[in-house]
Design a protein around this ligand. Structure first.
Ligand code: UD1
Ligand code: CA
Length: 455
């Protein structure tokens, strides 16, 4: 659909969340609820999106602006109902086809939006509403049909006992022709039990004015699950997790325990990679083919090439090349780049450093603000001393260097190619290539000392 415009309702407080965070900013896995709704709209081809904000509007607006371009905002100062909320979009809804979505239904898909647009166009409707059949319709607006077509939507609080029994309910997703919507707004009142301007009433107005009202019954009602409490949030997370993990498994990723594996929507994973339980893979993380990830690994916006093993480790904005192993218990902090065939072992922390191919940092080592060459061996307990309390400095370590155990490298300092440092050294001066640096006191043995001091 060419002229698809989307209005996303996100002004409500969400009292039942019992939270200081606005409802639509709560996260399902690694993404805000309203973020999923925006992305589904874009994937369905919407060029223009307007988010109606109200409660804590600045926070909602800023969070969305940081994540997405080309979103416009309308402010609804007082929450006078869903119809009133859409009206606040003003000029945005003056033309085109207006799709209305809620910011608290993160499971809606682009496919469903696409089907709704198609049905709306093919049937030449003035408005098309998505309905679903609910085992328990409590809380939803009931779709009242007459002569097999649309009659009206009755809210739970306004329903007669007879109407309340109807199981076909309003999902809160509709698409309107702009002129039909605007004409209906001119007649919309708030004479109902909640004193609100109901968007749902515009459908009856449109019908009475001679417009066609279509109903598209949803195939998968989970897509329209509205999140109103932390309990609902956990259910939405479970549904999203299942959806994402299913897609990955069908694409050839092995997930040994999908119920205990939390992977974000934008994460990419190659075939034959195995993900063990307890992993959280988030943001723009990309994992290659035939890797082994986990158990219990967290990766945020990190890139791992093919045939990498990462177990029980945390990677944040880090890059790891092929055939390298990481962990157990390693921590790769932002701007860490590890080459091919490396080994980053237990209790190793790496930050803002480049480590070239074939290097081994096997245990209990901190590498910060450093450029490390190829095939370097770090002895256990090496520390790059990169911070003097005010400024940070870099260490440069050449190819084939052997760093002895318990070496301190006090930056700024350079160790030349193929050089050695003796165990226990505190290196404060550059080490020329092919040499050995010893920077510790020579051992002295005081023979018979115990007897002399009468111990
Ligand atoms: C609404 C529908 C109901 C439908 C249900 C589906 C109306 C009158 N009722 O009821 O038929 O079954 O959704 O979930 O539309 N909002 C605003 N400003 C307001 C009021 C609401 O932005 O003044 C936003 C809320 O933040 C929320 C959405 O609109 O994202 C829906 O509002 P909510 O109060 O949850 O409507 P329901 O009572 O669930
Ligand atoms: Ca709701």
């Amino acid at each position: 659909m060419d002229n698809l415009k989307v209005v996303i309702l996100a002004a409500g407080q969400g009292t039942r969340m019992k939270s200081e965070v606005p409802k639509v900013l709560h996260r399902v896995l690694d993404k805000t609820m309203v973020g999923y709704v925006i992305e589904a709209s874009k994937e369905a081809g919407a060029k223009e999106i307007c988010v109606v904000v109200g409660h804590q509007s600045a926070m909602v607006k800023n969070t969305i602006k940081d994540m997405y371009d080309n979103i416009v905002f309308a402010v609804q100062k007082e929450q006078l109902g869903t119809g009133h909320a859409v009206m606040q979009a003003g000029d945005f809804i003056k033309d085109g086809n207006i799709l209305v979505l809620c910011g608290d239904t993160p499971l809606i898909t682009a496919e469903t939006i696409g089907k709704l647009c198609d049905a709306h166009e093919q049937q030449k409707n003035s408005v098309t509403v998505v309905s679903m059949l609910a085992d328990d319709p409590t809380g939803y607006g009931r779709i009242i049909r007459e002569n097999d077509g649309f009659s009206r939507i009755v809210e739970q609080k306004d329903a007669t006992p007879e109407q309340a029994k109807v199981k076909e309910v309003n999902t809160g997703v509709y698409i309107f022709k702009a002129d039909a919507l605007n004409s209906a707004f001119e007649k919309l009142g708030n004479n109902n039990s909640q004193g609100e301007y109901y968007l749902t009433d515009t459908l009856e107005i449109i019908k009475n004015d001679g417009g066609r009202v279509g109903i598209m019954t949803a195939e998968d009602d989970r897509e329209f699950m509205g999140v109103n409490s932390k309990l609902h949030l956990s259910q939405a997370i479970a549904a999203m997790r299942e959806r994402i993990n299913t897609r990955l498994m069908l694409d050839g990723v092995t997930i040994t325990d999908p119920a205990n594996t939390y992977i974000g929507k934008d994460v990419k994973i190659g075939a034959d990679t195995i993900i063990y339980p307890g992993c959280m893979l988030e943001g723009r993380t990309t994992i290659g083919k035939s890797c082994i990830i986990g158990p219990n690994t967290r990766m945020t916006s990190s890139t791992v090439d093919d045939c990498v093993t990462v177990q029980m480790s945390v990677l944040i904005d880090a890059k790891v090349k092929s055939f390298t192993t990481v962990g157990p218990f390693a921590y790769l902090r932002p701007n860490s780049e590890v080459g091919e065939h490396c080994r980053i072992g237990d209790f190793v922390e790496i930050k803002n450093s480049a480590i070239d191919d074939g290097t081994k940092v096997s245990h209990l080592t901190y590498v910060g603000d450093s450029d490390v060459g190829k095939c370097v061996n770090f002895g256990c307990g090496t520390v790059t001393v990169n911070y003097d309390g005010k400024n940070k400095y870099r260490c440069k370590i050449g190819d084939g260097v052997f760093i002895g155990c318990n070496t301190n490298l006090v930056a700024p300092v350079e160790v030349g190619d193929r050089a050695y440092t003796a165990a226990g050294s505190t290196i404060t001066k550059n080490v020329p290539e092919d040499s050995l640096a010893i920077a510790r006191n020579r051992q002295e043995n005081k023979l018979g000392w115990r007897k002399k001091v009468n111990k």
